[in-house]
Ligand binder design. Sequence first.
Ligand SMILES: C[S@@+](CC[C@H](N)C(=O)[O-])C[C@H]1O[C@@H](n2cnc3c(N)ncnc32)[C@H](O)[C@@H]1O
Length: 327
Amino acid sequence: MKIGLGFWPSKVLLSAVEMELFTDLAKGPQTLESLQQRNGLHPRAARDFFDTLVALGFLQRTGDEYSNSPSTDAFLDKRKPAYIGGILEMANARLYPFWNHLTEALRTGLPQNEARSGGQAFFEALYSDPARLKDFLQAMTGLSHGANIAIASKFPWAKYNTFADAGAAQGDLAVQIALANSHMSGVGFDLPVVEPIFEEYVERNGVADRVRFAAGSFLEQPLPKADVILMGHILHDWGMDEKRMLIQKAYDAVPDGGAVIIYECIIDDERRENAFGLMMSLNMLIETPGGFDYTGADCQGWLKEAGFRETRVEHLVGPDSMVIGIR
Ligand SMILES: C[S@@+](CC[C@H](N)C(=O)[O-])C[C@H]1O[C@@H](n2cnc3c(N)ncnc32)[C@H](O)[C@@H]1O
């Protein structure tokens, strides 16, 4: 029942994010009357809505005042750097209605996003609006930050000097590697429009002397040469041909002894445990013409085919693992 009616708590949270409730409450506790008025809620709905958020652990209620829980305050206040609500805003506006067409996607194998009704592609629209793009890339940072810190500490960086992160977004992975390994310098490779957003972030984190941006498309151009190539949450967007092409480009970009690190929600080899990774793959069915997630064994097989001589999988945080290939 909890899963079957899982859209109840999901939509309660997504509506709260849509109203920027947690951003407002980060300024201080409020009474029911104040929250009801400020969010324009009907009296019939307000009390149940806010108390549901208390029962789900997102809000706390003391006396007659509501406040954010510590996690809500850290991750769902728009003005804090760890805000991850950008992804939830997108989930509310897009994925939630698109997933209503899951059965159709399962039967046809076709995307069920804007492409279904011939609307403007979401990512095209996003990339033509710098303010929205910055929000989105910031949200990616929030989502990947834990895994980025784990990669920066777990991988044997002492053996290498340079790296390039393909699809670097705001640059958090590059920043974390540089912060944790003072001998490393690297490049964030992404589409040209990302450059100012990347540079601001790198500057703010004090590693601009060792981390620079390279503009380009990994579909059209080779990857920048480096000792280690990284790709985070990239391969699952693409079908088999593009996956092979990107892995080959990574192989061509590193010297003998160099490495590729591929990280995302790697599915367990038995395909029984990582439900999040498996549903991420269904999300790729909804969102892309050919994308899919994969197991560590699948990815190690592709790396071997490309010529990498040693491969291994290491867990990072939550549903994320990294697949490492040594050339
Ligand atoms: C899902 S985000 C992943 C960001 C980051 N690696 C992470 O794991 O948090 C995909 C990134 O790939 C970039 N990207 C998409 N198409 C690209 C292309 N053709 N060439 C280079 N970068 C691209 C996007 O701009 C975005 O920053």
